[in-house]
Write a protein that binds this ligand. Structure first.
Ligand SMILES: O=C1O[C@H](CS(=O)(=O)O)[C@@H](O)[C@H](O)[C@H]1O
Length: 297
């Protein structure tokens, strides 16, 4: 596969998000948030399936048995697909949002299999600092305590290969920051928050991210059509182009974990200059990623 981004599905997603490679299924899964839809793209034959959920579906993590948990509107859900194309959700734990009209956004598991995800106001333009970050450890947890607040659009969650550094971004134009934290892998606690990259210095707003096997941090530059790779020291290593302005999140996958899959947004209005907006793309960046730790490991 060339370095140039290849379209794998002209999905026309309103807000494609949370691409997750499943080694067990040899398939890429992702969500279209406002359309409440989960997608699966199969590597073997490039076929696609999709299922509609009852709530907006923002971020997903697979369990070792192949089932999925998801951050949705009202909490963290266990998902199961029906034959009729519906996605049934069983709420595992509810969330107490700071306001009405909020939902989960970006999320992923730490290297121990705990699910981290943040919330945002659906009206992102309001710029309200009501978003919060949560961790769901699994069965037996009946509440979601706020672990970090004062966020607008939490995004870019990622973990270093040894699991001891956690990354988080805030995509809002008034913030555009990526932070790093020291991460206690025994307790699942981040501390020593510091600025990792000020994205005001680079093209694009920080959106979703992935960490590669070298420990470098790949982040989508929303509005700039770029995916940036930063070293663990926060130095820009390279930027790759995608043929859409609003890439949202990236994930390593493919048989050798050497493909970078990228989801995107299809905004309203004139799309003459980006007809593939909302599509899902694959790049061969020349480095390998790491398999996601299944939820509940
Ligand atoms: O809904 C979302 O929107 C933003 C992207 S945008 O500002 O609409 O371009 C994104 O950062 C976020 O992750 C997504 O869920």
């Amino acid at each position: 596969m060339p370095m140039q981004a290849e379209l794998i599905l002209d999905a026309r997603n309103s807000v494609g998000e949370s691409p997750v490679w499943s080694p067990r299924d040899q398939a890429l899964y992702w969500a279209d948030i406002p359309n409440k839809r989960l997608y699966r793209w199969n590597l073997a034959d490039a076929t696609t399936q999709s299922w509609e959920a009852d709530e907006m579906l923002a971020c997903i993590a697979q369990r070792a048995d192949g089932s999925w948990v998801a951050g949705m509107e009202s909490g963290i859900f266990q998902l199961s697909a029906d034959d009729d194309g519906r996605l049934r959700g069983e709420r595992l734990v509810g969330v107490s949002h700071a306001r009405d009209n909020m939902r989960f956004n970006d999320g992923r598991c730490d290297r121990q299999g705990r699910f981290w995800t943040g919330t945002m106001l659906m009206d992102m333009a309001a710029g309200a600092r009501v978003g919060a970050l949560y961790r769901y450890d699994g069965a037996g947890q009946s509440t979601l305590p706020v672990l970090l607040d004062d966020l607008i659009v939490p995004n870019g969650l990622g973990f270093s290969p040894d699991g001891r550094t956690m990354y988080l971004s805030d995509s809002h134009p008034s913030v555009q920051a990526i932070w790093a934290f020291d991460y206690d892998i025994d307790s699942g606690t981040p501390h020593n928050r510091r600025l990792f990259v000020d994205m005001n210095d680079y093209p694009g707003r920080p959106d979703g991210a992935a960490v590669d096997a070298d420990g470098c941090y790949w982040i989508c530059g929303n509005d700039a059509g770029l995916i940036h790779r930063f070293t663990p020291a926060g130095r820009l290593d390279r930027s790759l182009e995608v043929p859409v302005k609003k890439p949202t999140m990236c994930a390593f996958g493919g048989a050798n974990l050497d493909t970078l899959f990228v989801t995107s947004i299809r905004p309203g209005g004139d799309l003459d200059d980006q007809p593939l907006a909302g599509g899902v793309f694959a790049l061969q960046p020349g480095v390998r990623g790491l398999a996601e730790t299944p939820f509940g490991t």
